[in-house]
Design a protein around this ligand. Sequence first.
Ligand code: TXA
Ligand code: MG
Length: 335
Amino acid sequence: VDNWDGKEPLPPELEEAGLCISRGEAVAFPTETVYGLGADARRDTAVEQIFAAKGRPGDNPLIVHIGDRSQWHPLVSSIPDMAEKLADAFWPGPLTLIVPKSDAVSEKVTAGLDSLAVRMPEHPVARALINEAGVPVAAPSANRSGRPSPTKAEHVTYDLDGQIAGIVQGGDAGYGLESTVVDCTGEKAVILRPGGITREQLTDVLGAEHIVQADAAAEEDTPKAPGMKYRHYAPSSPLVLIEGGMQKAALAARREGKTVGIMAVDEHRRELEASADVFIPLGSKDKPAGIAAKLYDNLRAADQSGVDVIFCETFPKEGIGEAVMNRLEKAASAS
Ligand code: TXA
Ligand code: MG
């Protein structure tokens, strides 16, 4: 259903996918952030299929996706003011809110926590699918656990073919990085995972004094998103972030007989290409959203290039650059 704009009639693939989910099967679908793997959040057996297909640890809770604001209320026991404000400002969109849960969803979804992660996606295919299924849809990113999140239908096929009931094809993800996760269960909003909605955008709505960073919150004993402790996006050859001195680093590695991949912005291609066995252009430095959108595809390409080591440039941690650097740092630390 590439390029479907959300207008009637519903494409037949979407009707079928909605039926699959309402029958308790797991189906991959596009969202504006990354592809998700969705199943009925109320049913243990449906949710178990997600964990099995991804090879995901059972103690890592899932985000429940809704198609409409009214679906939120039965899922939660209360909606804190700041959650209401953030939903007003950014839903539908790439923002996940952690709020106190009700007992409407399967325990498997929340992995024993008493809070629930909820998001209303913006992508017309995602919303139509959720509405067609008629149930709250639990959906993590549709990758094999430990791989970069899928931003193209073919990434899902590569990781999960044969493990799931189907994939709704819907073109490339627009943001290309996962949603921002904000914990709204405490005094202040805690950014557990930077993502599509930037800190600057959150600050505009809540004010800087009402927002804290996950690391600072950890010192105050607030638990982080359980998923953040797992190895993520780990490439099979080591990824090293280089903040200046790329040529020197590449040269040194080559002197040791290693093959070298370099990931850098288009503007640095001329200067760096000769130092690399494989050069992966990340997009223009003037278009950070474009770099974010293609980052996971580029990480997958780097992984498949088979080089001994991958060097990647760093970016300013502002705007979407904060999420880009968060993912790159995770990939680098895991390798
Ligand atoms: O953009 C996205 O958020 C995508 C699309 C498909 O919507 N989904 C996604 O899901 O990235 P997943 O499962 O890959 O990441 C969910 C993150 C994990 O780090 C998980 O630990 C955290 O959210 N999380 C889920 N429920 C939580 C809760 N109750 N408290 C704290 N963290 C939670
Ligand atoms: Mg994920």
